[in-house]
Design a protein around this ligand. Structure first.
Ligand code: MN
Length: 424
């Protein structure tokens, strides 16, 4: 079996849940979604595996569906067992299910629990698939030649650091770093703190060292998708990164959303993939029928900002940009997996592949402040009159995402949120 997950009875838009909060029109955690995450009641407890349904979390062990709390083990299940688990969840949570009375006691209100990293992050690679982002950022450095010639041939990436990937809600301390200066560089708190609107692709079953994953097999190794904010220090970055890849400008924190939306849940929201007419076509190891037919992900993305002044005035976060993952990405998740392993590199359960910043082609679709403010030259104005070029202390940056299509029920990702603390 190859290709993308199939649409089945679990995607039926007519399905409703006995958890009534899952049945609203604008909710993220409908019964068609069933994303996995980890939660606990307090810091003294071990993490437990749960599924989000409406405003509740179903404890999978209490529901009798698993007998462990090892998310990597769950993620590495063969596709047939993943589908069986999804079918059991769908059956048990739907209206009229015989499980209702037993499973009611396995529910916890989401607001009453702590949500952690959805799985321990084993290894982290960040890609650069957002071609509009790459072009816009490239223009800041090379106005005449924004995209380097390899961009349209090879999915660009670098190895990041897993230790500083943090769960949504954990504050981010403004980092210090070495920045350019005259007559000499100096160590300073970054004045150009930025976010990056990304997706995080989580690996289910890994591959053995030396055995590449083909593009046709790649979807079977993907467990699901999260939102991912790759916080960046834009003044540290240009001074330190030439000619090396990203380092201290990137590895001080990256925030991941609490729920992994599975590849199965995303089945109704796949889109065809092609490079634009006239662009190089992918080399054979990055090309396949299933990838062309449905390799892309039709996910609506949104960035929201709430400053400390807005919070104090009781103002809600304001949307500062919107984009669509399928439109933003030059490479698909399957291509990233095939490329990452083509040299025999082994991926493991719980590895996170960041997509890169997913900016759209139009104004207002930029997934970073660097682009929104044209490299810090044009501040954006917020509804309360405040202006921003980069993020300031007390700012809360929130990523949101959802999928919506005719004939399918809406599913969403929850929020990926972090508040900036002053430098130490
Ligand atoms: Mn990034």
């Amino acid at each position: 079996m190859s290709g993308t997950a199939a649409i089945d009875a679990t995607h039926d838009p007519a399905l409703a849940s006995w958890v009534e909060s899952a049945n609203t029109d604008d909710g993220d955690f409908t019964i068609q979604n069933l994303p996995f995450g980890r939660f606990r009641s307090n810091a003294n407890e071990d993490w437990r595996i749960g599924v989000a349904i409406g405003d509740q979390v179903l404890d999978l062990r209490l529901a009798g569906l698993i007998d462990h709390a090892d998310m990597h083990r769950l993620m590495a299940l063969p596709p047939a067992q993943r589908r069986a688990l999804r079918a059991a969840l769908s059956n048990g949570l739907q209206r009229g299910s015989a499980q209702e009375s037993a499973w009611r006691s396995a529910l916890r209100p989401m607001r009453s629990v702590e949500l952690g990293l959805p799985c321990p992050i084993r290894n982290y690679t960040d890609f650069y698939v957002g071609i509009h982002h790459a072009t816009a950022v490239g223009k800041l450095f090379r106005p005449d030649n924004p995209l380097l010639p390899n961009y349209k041939w090879v999915p660009i990436g670098y190895h990041g650091r897993a230790s500083s990937i943090i769960p949504s809600g954990q504050p981010v301390r403004r980092p210090r770093g070495q920045v350019a200066g005259d007559p000499a560089p100096r160590l300073a708190a970054t004045q150009r703190l930025d976010h990056e609107l990304e997706l995080g692709f989580l690996i289910g079953a890994g591959n053995a060292l030396g055995e590449p994953i083909t593009i046709d097999e790649a979807e079977q190794h993907l467990f699901g998708v999260t939102l991912f904010n790759d916080w960046s220090a834009r003044d540290v970055q240009p001074w330190e990164y030439q000619p090396l890849g990203p380092f201290l400008a990137k590895n001080f924190a990256s925030t991941v959303s609490p729920w992994i939306v599975t590849m199965e849940a995303l089945a109704p929201f796949r889109a065809s993939f092609a490079h634009p007419e006239g662009d190089p076509q992918p080399l054979p190891y990055l090309d396949g029928a299933a990838n062309r037919a449905a390799g892309a992900l039709d996910i609506q993305l949104e960035v929201r900002l709430q400053t400390a002044a807005m919070r104090e005035a009781g103002l809600p976060p304001t949307i500062i940009s919107r984009s669509n993952a399928a439109e933003a990405a030059y490479w698909t998740a399957a291509q990233l997996v095939a490329h990452h392993t083509v040299n025999g590199c082994n991926l493991q359960s719980g590895d996170l592949l960041g997509s890169g910043t997913l900016s759209g082609p139009r104004p207002g679709e930029s997934g970073s402040m660097l682009e929104l403010s044209a490299g810090g030259k044009q501040p954006i104005t917020l509804p309360n009159g405040e202006q921003r070029t980069f993020l300031e202390d007390g700012d809360t940056l929130i990523l949101a995402g959802h999928c919506e299509r005719a004939g399918a029920r809406r599913i969403g990702f929850g929020l990926c949120s972090g508040t900036v603390l002053p430098a130490a």
